[in-house]
Design a protein around this ligand. Structure first.
Ligand code: GAL
Length: 347
């Protein structure tokens, strides 16, 4: 079977997604249309001859989801005729800050930044703003005040993590026992959260449980693990949880698929069976997780649309290069992935 990239696979939807992201997002309550974008002569010239340079900073290459995102982004920017350099922040803010400074010395036309620490976004803006270089923040949403502080030169492209959290909860509510396998009237769960500073981790944790409570369910959290989006760490923590709490655990919530894949290894090693005596959900719709959903090894996952987000980020960069108006926020929808529709997301 011919292997195709996720980008090629979802290209058709990306074209639609890009158009939607660039228009529908304007309707978002939290989006503020940029009133104007100062168009520099240099930027316009770059757009005309297609020779703009884009510096991309990724928080960490060793992140499954951001690896997909980065490949998509590189492809779209190159398709636009831009020279692209992508740097690995190695999960270290100092390293990333140095990379940003190097990009500024090189005089890149636009920066696309996936911050290591969201709390450093203001410092990043303060470092970049004297040069007037526009910034497209991606994946890790900074405070609105940060975007406001560099108005017309700075935007955020992302997905509303509250939606993904709600979908995780709904995936559990859609199971035969609605998450209450032992029928004691309480959904007892553990949570693999992600990283503490990340709004995706915070909202997914909050909104998955809110969905259960809004449906009138009682919940009992046995333990919240951080696991930093990492498969091996989650595997170890879930193994420990399963040996400590045993059958009490009815649901394992994982805020990304890497952690869910780790959790699944431990669930299987403990002799438990997803869909029968435990439920497991993730987020991202990584190829392996989608296959597990199809095979019944995961209850469900949520598509984190890397193609739609990369397309929107590349489009935003292009608007900056061309000196066109850029909105403050571009939102891309999540999609719930269950056994019923998972085949649409298999590559
Ligand atoms: C999330 C994604 C995680 C991880 C994280 C990095 O949106 O679901 O898998 O990539 O971003 O910030």
């Amino acid at each position: 079977m011919k292997m195709i990239s996720r980008r090629d696979f979802l290209k058709a939807s990306a074209v639609v997604g890009a158009a939607a992201a660039m228009t529908a997002c304007g309707g978002s309550s939290s989006s503020t249309a940029a009133s104007s974008v100062a168009s520099s002569t240099a930027a316009s010239a770059a757009a005309t001859n297609g020779s703009a340079t884009v510096g991309v900073c990724i928080y960490q290459f060793a992140d499954n989801f951001m690896t997909l995102y980065r490949a998509d982004l590189e492809g779209y920017l190159k398709d636009m005729g831009y020279a692209v350099t992508i740097m690995d922040g190695k999960n270290d803010q100092n390293t990333q800050t140095e990379q940003i400074n190097t990009f500024l010395q090189q005089g890149v036309d636009v920066l696309i930044i996936n911050p290591v620490q969201t709390t450093s976004a203001q410092t990043i803006v303060d470092t970049v703003s004297p040069s007037g270089t526009p910034i497209v923040f991606i994946n890790r949403e900074p405070d609105k005040s940060v975007l406001d502080s560099y108005a017309d030169k700075c935007c955020y492209v992302g997905a509303d993590a509250r939606q993904s959290g709600t979908y995780q909860g709904e995936l559990i509510l859609e199971t035969e026992t609605q998450g209450d396998i032992n029928g004691d009237g309480v959904i007892t769960y553990i949570m693999c959260k992600g990283d503490p500073e990340n709004i995706d981790a915070q909202y997914r944790t909050e909104y998955s449980i809110k969905a259960l409570e809004d449906a009138g369910k009682k919940v009992n959290c046995l333990y919240e693990y951080l696991d930093n989006w990492d498969q091996t760490t989650a595997q170890q923590d879930v193994a420990n949880a399963l040996s400590q709490y045993g059958d009490q655990i009815e649901v394992v919530f994982c805020n990304n698929d890497a952690m869910a894949l780790g959790a699944l290894q431990s669930i299987q090693q403990a002799g438990r069976t997803v869909g029968k005596d435990i439920y497991l959900v993730g987020v991202d719709a990584l190829a392996e997780a989608v296959q597990d959903v199809l095979d019944g090894n995961m209850t469900g996952t949520v598509l984190n649309d890397d193609v739609g987000q990369a397309t929107a980020a590349a489009e935003a960069a292009k608007l900056y290069v061309e000196g066109s108006a850029v909105e403050q926020y571009y939102w891309v929808d999540y999609v719930k992935v269950t056994k019923d529709n998972a085949s649409e997301y298999v590559k």
